[in-house]
Design a protein around this ligand. Structure first.
Ligand code: ATP
Length: 336
């Protein structure tokens, strides 16, 4: 299990990660989503002890990462596949990982087979690897110590469609065997297919979190259409019912179907369509929830309230925790 509690990272006056709390449960894949610069990598780096937190705590299996004895036996980490030593061969990278984790040499070949790297490819230097090959090598290294927890930053980056499919199966199996997976990704479709739980951040703050099924459950409201769209729009507007247009010309309406039907009837506008609202697609939710989390506007959004209404938990609008003495702004750190 991974537990993040009020985790915050400030760089000088800039807050990269702002009081986030969530749990990644064993037996489940937790997707960690957010637009560029949202703070995902920073949060994962704090979790794995690479960046000190300004305040808050992150624990893996009940302990801070730095307190775990031989952490790679417990937590497989892949944060930046491109950061592997370019001059080493793939096999050397894995042999080193095997030594660090105390695994036998046979485990290297086992891992090469698991991630689909050929023996001949393992003899090449990493600088000559494609991005997808580096991802596979990184995953092999992360899995080397038979960890119970995987922390992966953009693991599907650079993988071809077959590779993405393969990785999905691998992570699903890992979770089904009781492992905890926390992965960040921009590939929303992939996350939609693989994640059981979601944590979405924007501007350093959590904008939605919860079970994938709950988050994508049918939203309240309905979809309706009329032959006389202008008359229908006027009737809804007169009733104070908010409406959004859809690509197919119908209306997304924030009111239940019975009310909308009555408004149309009273206005004498025959409807050609009236049905409950669609389930939200992850991409739609992502765009809605993160569009209005630009820095400087980090309160609860209408969209996050909608998501909350559909089962997601949105954060409260409380301001960030005040600084404590140890929260002295940190200068930029060199990247690992
Ligand atoms: N060492 C640092 N010093 C100053 N600012 C930093 C540092 N590291 C990260 N940041 C800033 O913190 C914010 C969050 O960055 P982070 O890399 O965590 O985002 P991300 O969600 O992982 O983005 P991406 O999806 O693009 O990888 C960014 O604005 C980034 O510029």
């Amino acid at each position: 299990m991974i537990q993040i509690e009020h985790l915050t990272k400030r760089y000088g006056g800039f807050t990269a990660v702002d009081d986030i709390s969530f749990v990644a449960q064993p037996g489940r894949v937790t997707g960690f989503l957010g637009p560029n610069g949202a703070g995902k990598s920073t949060a994962l780096r704090m979790l794995t002890g690479l960046t000190p937190a300004t305040s808050g705590a992150a624990t893996v299996l009940g302990r801070r990462y730095s307190e775990l004895p031989n952490p790679s036996r417990h937590v497989g980490v892949m944060l930046d596949a491109a950061a592997q030593h370019p001059g080493r061969t793939g096999r050397e990278v894995l042999q080193l990982a095997a030594t660090i984790t105390g695994m036998g040499r046979a485990r290297v070949d086992e891992m090469l087979d698991l991630v689909g790297l050929e023996r001949s490819e393992a003899r090449r230097r990493v600088k000559n690897y494609s991005l997808g090959m580096r991802q596979r090598l990184g995953l092999a290294g992360a899995l080397m110590g038979r960890p119970q927890v995987l922390v992966l930053d953009e693991p599907a980056n650079g993988l071809d469609p077959a590779g993405i499919h393969w990785m999905r199966g691998l992570l699903r199996d890992f979770a089904d065997q009781g492992g905890t997976v926390l992965l960040s990704s921009h590939l929303l479709h992939e996350v939609e297919l693989i994640a059981d739980d979601l944590v979405m951040i924007g501007g350093g703050r959590i904008v939605a979190q919860g079970g994938m099924k709950d988050l994508l459950a049918t939203r309240p409201g309905c979809v309706a259409d009329a032959e006389d769209r202008a008359a229908f729009a006027n009737a809804l507007s007169a009733a104070g019912i908010p409406v959004a247009g859809r690509a197919d010309g119908a209306a997304d309406i924030e009111a239940d179907a019975a009310r909308v039907g009555r408004v149309a009837l009273d206005a004498g506008v025959p409807l050609t369509l009236l049905r409950p609202a669609d389930g939200t697609r992850l991409e739609d939710m992502f765009l809605q929830l993160t569009a209005d989390t630009a820095r400087g506007d980090r309160g609860v959004t209408t969209s996050s309230r909608d998501a909350a209404a559909s089962g997601a938990t949105a954060p409260d609008a409380s301001p960030a925790q005040p600084s404590s003495p140890q929260d002295t702004p940190t200068r930029e750190e060199p990247t690992a």
